[in-house]
Design a protein around this ligand. Structure first.
Ligand code: SF4
Length: 282
């Protein structure tokens, strides 16, 4: 019997919130998985704290509602305890790029086989509109009525520098491509990172801004680190440049759990993987 994937919990997201698109994108992806005869019992959703985190209440799937900034270590522990599980980790930009930033960097560095989806609305929505690490310079919110005096970080560039093997960007108003990106991230063997431009209808409603600038990247070819860096810098989360959606970089290396518990890595396999990785940086 097909599982009812949306729970009966009262939904408190604002009308027009991009979290609905992410919720239904993941729901559709899970339904596809079930239709392909795969069990959903081996899928675990981990969330942090923030508006995004309520997705753990709203999707009828195994889930773990963690602490602010601590969703990634919880997901890492779950994957290490049972590497057969598919672990999807939903986090917010305040969650993953501020308090939990170190966990994000180390998960990428370790290449733990989890999929991190950042609901990046570029504002703290749950606490009514303070600026986050990806808010643009001059952003006016509850904590910065005269505008921020900081430039945002560029999470795509940061993930490249951290060694992530799958780096993508999606948009909540492009649900079908977003589903494809999340699926590709889940299918990728190793750490996968998807920064999702999520509309906050109440505190940062930039739909028109994104709609006018987004464009699709071609399917990824041979890994090219320098080209990916150049692409990541095209839009710095502050300028008015065009905004690429799709996969920026993809390469496969042995995962953390393989190194840690499944089997000791043979030197030859390790050396070849490192050589291939370094070739992408030349
Ligand atoms: Fe969504 Fe923003 Fe409302 Fe939070 S505050 S539920 S992110 S629209």
């Amino acid at each position: 019997m097909t599982r009812k994937l949306i729970t009966d919990a009262q939904n408190t997201w604002c009308p027009g919130c991009g979290n609905f698109a992410l919720q239904h994108t993941i729901k559709n992806l899970l339904a596809d998985r079930e239709n392909e005869g795969k069990s959903l019992d081996d899928v675990v959703l981990v969330s942090g704290i923030g508006c995004h985190a309520k997705i753990a209440d709203y999707l009828n799937i195994n889930s773990f509602y963690s602490l602010h900034g601590r969703a990634i270590p919880a997901a890492t522990g779950i994957k290490l305890a049972n590497p057969a599980l598919t672990v999807i980790c939903c986090v917010g930009d305040g969650d993953a790029y501020a308090e939990g930033l170190d966990h994000l960097i180390f998960a990428a560095k370790r290449n733990i086989d989890i999929t991190v989806i950042v609901h990046n609305n570029r504002v703290y929505g749950l606490t009514t509109g303070q600026y986050t690490p990806t808010s643009p310079l001059g952003f006016k919110g509850k904590s910065t009525p005269s505008g921020t005096a900081e430039y945002p970080i560029n999470p795509v560039e940061l993930m490249l520098a951290s060694g992530a093997g799958f780096i993508a960007r999606g948009y909540t108003r492009k649900m079908e491509p977003l589903k494809g990106l999340i699926r590709a991230g889940i299918d990728h063997k190793g750490f996968s990172f998807i920064d999702v431009l999520q509309i906050c209808a109440t505190f940062f409603p930039v739909t028109d801004y994104y709609d006018a600038r987004v464009y699709d990247l071609p399917a990824p070819g041979k890994p090219d680190f320098e080209a990916a860096c150049a692409l990541a810098r095209e839009w710095d989360y502050n300028s008015d440049a065009r905004i690429a959606l799709g996969i920026f970089f993809k390469r496969v290396l042995p995962t953390f759990e393989e190194r840690m518990i499944t089997r000791p890595l043979e030197k030859e396999v390790h050396d070849r993987a490192i050589r291939e990785f370094l070739e992408t940086r030349i």
